[in-house]
Design a protein around this ligand. Sequence first.
Ligand SMILES: *Cc1c(COP(=O)(O)O)cnc(C)c1O
Length: 371
Amino acid sequence: MNKKIPFFDYPQAYLSDRDDVLKIIDSVSSKGSFILQSELEIFEKSLAEFSNSAFALGVGNATDGLELAWMSVNLQEGDEVIISSHTMLATASAIKLSGGTPVPVDIGDDGLIDVNSIESAITSKTKGISPTHLNGRTCDMDSITRIAEKYDLVIIEDAAQALGSTFKGKQAGTFGYASAISFYPAKVLGCLGDGGAILTNSQSTYSKLKMMRDHGRNENGEVEMWGRNSRLDNIQAAILDFRLASYQEVIKRRREIASIYHDELQNVNELYLPPPPSGGNNFDIFQNYEIQAELRDKLKLHLANDGIGTLIQWGGKAVHHMSNLGFDQDLLKTDLFFQRCIMLPMNMFISNDDVQYICKSIKKFYSIENG
Ligand SMILES: *Cc1c(COP(=O)(O)O)cnc(C)c1O
């Protein structure tokens, strides 16, 4: 009777479309097309079209994408960029390693950056905002864009978790100067290793970043500027292009799973759920189903005993908790969130039965706890 539901089944990320993927690897490799070849260009076109962005550029991973984007705006020492504290450290390190200072701020009820906290954190040194579209939900980009215009700030979006998510019909990653998307295997659109892309609507930004990802070389191989090596492998691009073709169905399925979780768990008093998939301003793709739960650690153990894998995002640490890196902000809402947050299985390999089993197990836990 006991099921085994891993949080994410990594072998399945390959086995579920293995035959197609093997064919792609074989055909691309047999041509010797490994680096910056036609498959990459084809995927970049598909991705730009899918996300309604003027340009897409394959890079080594989303972290590199963010860093390249920040490098291209020439941050000076002391320049501050506001980020959410509930994000991957990559959002912060990209700013730091390109010469700026990341400034984490508090989150709102949905776990995304709190717009009022952004405005309170602005100083004379603030140069940008890097909002993270967390868990596949786009930030309130009306407000963020308004603040950026008011204070003349650059927006670089961390869209690593949000390909296909929209706010008022506009795609995550297309609001600012540039954005980065991740194709890490557990991301909604994943490849077989590291991979990422930059989106931008600006021709000049695109041209610059295209050189910067390839040692600063232009199309003729002449070096025009300092750059680095961060290119999306051609084989990965070919696999991603194949997977992008069925991506809408993937999003649909994930939203279906989120609906079941919502219906089954909304009346559990000890839980705080993310907004359900709805027809409002946000179209969420549910990279994660992250809830807040009373007695979180005990619940996690209980679920593990029932064979259910869960994960606490970022190893349980928000950016401002990383005192080794010099952060010392007091962000009370984020602190509370991190005492309670936990992610339930959300992927293409779980059935409706699995989701029901998970919800049942959670309800059983709280009924025992409440006597
Ligand atoms: C996954 C992720 C990244 C990093 O992506 P990589 O491709 O692994 O570099 C950055 N930010 C967020 C929010 C992420 O979820």
